[in-house]
Every structure is written in structure tokens, then in C-alpha cells.
Design a protein around this ligand. Structure first.
Ligand code: GDD
Ligand code: MN
Length: 371
């Protein structure tokens, strides 16, 4: 017989949805061992009371928190009240169809540590979404993929509908802000296999969505907090420090080459002088790219090291290409700011350096030192 699945359902004013939800779960999960853990944030429409009254016929427990602390933290609190070895999380408003739960169980039985009901894989989708909402959703996912590398293995890390083996979070210190509990689990939990199961996020028929601007700000705060807690912020600072060391190498080598090694200083027009001066610049740039590469490989991205000289050279090539394009971006931004927008050059150049550094960081993180 299968293990018990504990389904955590956060609720806030979902009175008109939970009877149907509980019934549809009961039908979909006939023959399965399961329990439902409602975590209600003191709804004022009688949600908790109604859930309590369904206890006689269904395996339900109800936790009521007196102060409203949000969806994701409700899930964390619900965890300590689960008895199953497998935990599911879903919304109460039927936008997450209960009929998908057996698919998630199957994925876990087949070996996944985390199974995500996904809108963004073949067979999944969103019903009745405006273009704006789609774009916001995609933008939010893009941001997570960009800044939190461990989320890249999931197409829909923003899904609030998923299942996991409880071991994944047993030793994790979950501390999510806002709505996105899956993001927290993907970044802080311990797991090997993640699977996605397609589902359609359907329209809400009853009650109102609680998503508002506050949650969007919370989302950004949550990403920042995860970057801090998982070392991604430190990584960025290391990358910036390495970049600073590159400037010293670049400048210092130019100085050595032109003052002590016989290269002609730039601006000197003796025969062959321009070529010699520019050669000194080119050697300095390339050397600083190589020293930056080595420092990033063994310091900034030490945790993503690979063996073998061939692989290392491949990475050096990628890094070189990205940095050269970064240089062009810096020139482009500096020109745009000064010529088109009238910025003072000493203001424009640091801005251009920041833009190019971001480019270098993100692209190299994504590609050169991809996980
Ligand atoms: N306990 C508690 N406390 N529950 C809450 C709170 C809260 O402060 N806010 C919302 N909920 C509950 C709702 O009652 C519902 O069951 C569920 O959390 C989702 O809330 P909705 O307001 O319906 O959210 P949504 O439909 O905009 O957002 C959903 O869509 C996302 C995908 O775009 C959420 O399910 C997300 O988890 C999902 O990722
Ligand atoms: Mn909803």
C-alpha cells in the first residue's frame, strides 16, 4: 500500500471553495492514504469552521493562526502538523485541480524527490490569462532562473502546486517571505531528482485572489534573501572584486610594457609607434581576462569546478567571448549616455562599467560556469 500523503492547503477566506475541494480530493484519491492539513490565517468568512465540520467524513486537520503571516509561512507551519512521509502543497481555490494529485504521487513513486505541477511544460498552461499576467509570470520566472541557479532545473519554480518527500526539508531552515514556498524548497532543501507534471492553472470561480502588489515586492525580497542565504550574493561580490583586480592587472601591465619592456607608449607617433602602443593595450586586456578567468574559476565559482584541461580551455574561450562583448557593451553604453543623453563622462563611465559587469556576471554564471 502506498505511503500517506499529507496535503497542506493554506487558506484565507476560501469558504466557498473548500467543500468542493475536499470532495474532489476524496474522489481523486480513492484508494490512496492521505490527509489534509488546512492552515488558515484567521479568515473572517468561516473557512476554518467549515473545514472543522468536514472532519467527521474526511481525514482533515485544521490549524488556525491568529495573525495573518502569508501563504508561504502557512505552508512551513503546516509541515510540523503532517504525519505523512510525502507532502503536497496546493491552493484551496480549485485553481490547482485536485485530479492532478495522483500524477504527482506517481512521479514521487517513480523516484522524484520533488514533483512540481507545472504550467510551463508541454501539456500545461494557464486558463484565461491576459498577456500582461503572462508576461509578469514569465518575467518572475526569468528573474528566479537568472539569480537563483538551482531553480533552473524547473520550468515553473513559481508553481504553488507540488509534492515532495519530507526528507527534502527535514534539516532545512525554511524562512520564506510572500507566496513562493517552492522557490524556498528548491534553494534550501536537499534533493536529487525533480520532475515536472503538466497541469492547467484554471480560472478561479469563487472568492477573490489575494495576490497584490505587496506579494510582488515580497517576491523580490525573497529572491534577495535566498541569494544571501545560499551564497549567491557573496558570489557576485567575489566576481566584482575579481573584476577590480583585472583593472589593476590591465593598467599595471600596460605600464610595465610601455615603460620597461620597450613598447611605445600610446600617442607616440614614431614609426611603428601606434601599432606597438596598441599591441601593449591588447596584451594587457587579454592578460587581465586570463587572470580574471583563473580567479573566477578557482575562487568565485570554486564550487562548480570541472576537471580536465580541455574543459578549462572551453570555459576560458566562453569567458573571453563574453568579456569582449561586455567591453563592447561598455563602450556602447558610455557613448549612449554621453552623446545621446548628455551625461558627464565621469558619471557615464561608472554606469557603463556596472552594466558591463552585470552582463559579464550573468552570462558567465549562466554559461561559462553553468551548473
Ligand atoms: N494561510 C494563508 N495566509 N493562506 C493564504 C494567504 C495568507 O496570507 N494568502 C493567500 N492564501 C491562500 C489562498 O486562500 C489560496 O488557497 C492560496 O493561498 C493561493 O492564493 P490566491 O490568492 O488564490 O493566489 P493566486 O491564485 O494569485 O496565486 C497562486 O498562483 C501562483 C501561480 O501564478 C498561488 O497558488 C501561487 O502559489 C501560485 O504559484
Ligand atoms: Mn488562486
Amino acid at each position: 500500500m502506498n505511503k500517506t500523503t499529507s496535503i497542506i492547503i493554506p487558506t484565507y477566506n476560501e469558504h466557498d471553495n473548500i467543500t468542493a475541494l475536499v470532495q474532489r480530493l476524496a474522489e481523486a484519491l480513492t484508494g490512496y492514504n492521505y490527509e489534509i492539513v488546512f492552515v488558515d490565517d484567521n479568515s473572517n468568512d468561516g473557512t476554518a469552521e467549515l473545514a472543522e465540520s468536514l472532519k467527521d467524513e474526511h481525514p482533515i486537520s485544521v490549524i488556525v493562526r491568529k495573525d495573518k503571516r502569508g501563504l508561504a509561512s502557512a505552508v512551513v507551519d503546516g509541515l510540523s502538523h503532517t504525519s505523512g512521509g510525502i507532502v503536497a502543497v496546493m491552493d484551496a481555490d480549485l485553481q490547482h485541480p485536485p485530479e492532478v494529485v495522483p500524477d504527482l504521487i506517481k512521479a514521487i513513486e517513480e523516484g522524484a524527490d520533488i514533483a512540481v505541477a507545472s504550467r510551463y511544460i508541454e501539456g500545461g498552461g494557464c486558463q484565461g490569462w491576459s498577456l500582461t499576467r503572462k508576461l509578469i509570470s514569465r518575467g518572475a520566472i526569468f528573474l528566479a532562473h537568472l539569480l537563483l541557479p538551482a531553480t533552473r532545473q524547473v520550468n515553473d519554480p513559481m508553481s504553488g502546486f507540488f509534492m515532495f518527500k519530507k526528507d527534502v526539508v527535514t534539516n532545512a531552515r525554511l524562512n520564506p517571505a510572500g507566496f513562493k514556498i517552492l522557490l524556498e524548497i528548491l534553494m534550501i532543501g536537499k534533493f536529487r531528482n525533480v520532475t515536472e507534471v503538466p497541469f492547467t492553472f484554471v480560472t478561479r470561480e469563487k472568492g477573490e485572489s489575494k495576490l497584490n502588489a505587496r506579494q510582488q515586492v515580497d517576491y523580490l525580497k525573497h529572491i534577495y534573501s535566498l541569494m544571501r542565504r545560499t551564497g549567491e550574493l557573496v558570489r557576485f561580490i567575489k566576481f566584482a572584486l575579481v573584476g577590480g583586480s583585472g583593472i589593476v592587472v590591465n593598467y599595471g601591465l600596460y605600464w610595465i610594457l610601455t615603460r620597461f619592456a620597450g613598447f611605445t607608449p600610446l600617442g607616440n607617433t614614431v614609426t611603428g609607434g601606434i601599432i606597438s602602443g596598441n599591441l601593449a593595450i591588447a596584451i594587457s586586456i587579454e592578460t587581465s581576462i586570463v587572470t580574471n578567468f583563473l580567479l573566477n574559476n578557482y575562487f568565485t565559482f570554486a564550487d562548480r569546478n570541472i576537471r580536465g584541461i580541455k574543459a578549462l580551455l572551453g570555459r576560458l574561450f566562453n569567458f573571453n567571448l563574453i568579456c569582449l562583448i561586455g567591453g563592447l557593451i561598455q563602450i556602447g553604453v558610455a557613448n549612449l549616455l554621453t552623446i545621446t543623453l548628455g551625461f558627464y563622462d565621469l558619471i557615464a563611465i561608472p554606469i557603463a562599467i556596472i552594466v558591463a559587469t552585470m552582463w559579464n556576471y550573468l552570462l558567465n554564471n549562466f554559461w561559462t560556469w553553468r551548473q
